[in-house]
Design a protein. Structure first.
Length: 88
């Protein structure tokens, strides 16, 4: 894979390699990508959990009235909106 980085990022990466912080540009970029990769992994786990819950609900639907469904969704929405942005 070949990447064309913006000049300011390229300059920063090369400076960190030249300073000895990293052995190569690849190592510097790998280190920079780690938080993004961790967040992506977490996002995928959350999606799998949601999909599993949907499948569970589809397999065993509860006998709820529309009003009960609306009430449960309102409570869930309230819980979700109270969480910090990065926790969702």
């Amino acid at each position: 894979m070949t990447l064309n980085l913006p000049k300011d990022i390229e300059t920063l990466v090369l400076a960190r390699v030249e300073s000895g912080d990293f052995a190569s540009a690849e190592e510097a970029l790998r280190d920079a990508m780690k938080p993004w990769l961790d967040a992506e992994h977490s996002r995928q786990e959350k999606l799998q959990s949601i999909r599993a819950k949907i499948a569970e609900g589809d397999a065993d639907p509860a006998d709820l009235t529309p009003a009960e469904v609306a009430s449960r969704l309102d409570k869930l929405a309230e819980t979700v909106t109270k969480r910090p942005h990065d926790a969702v």
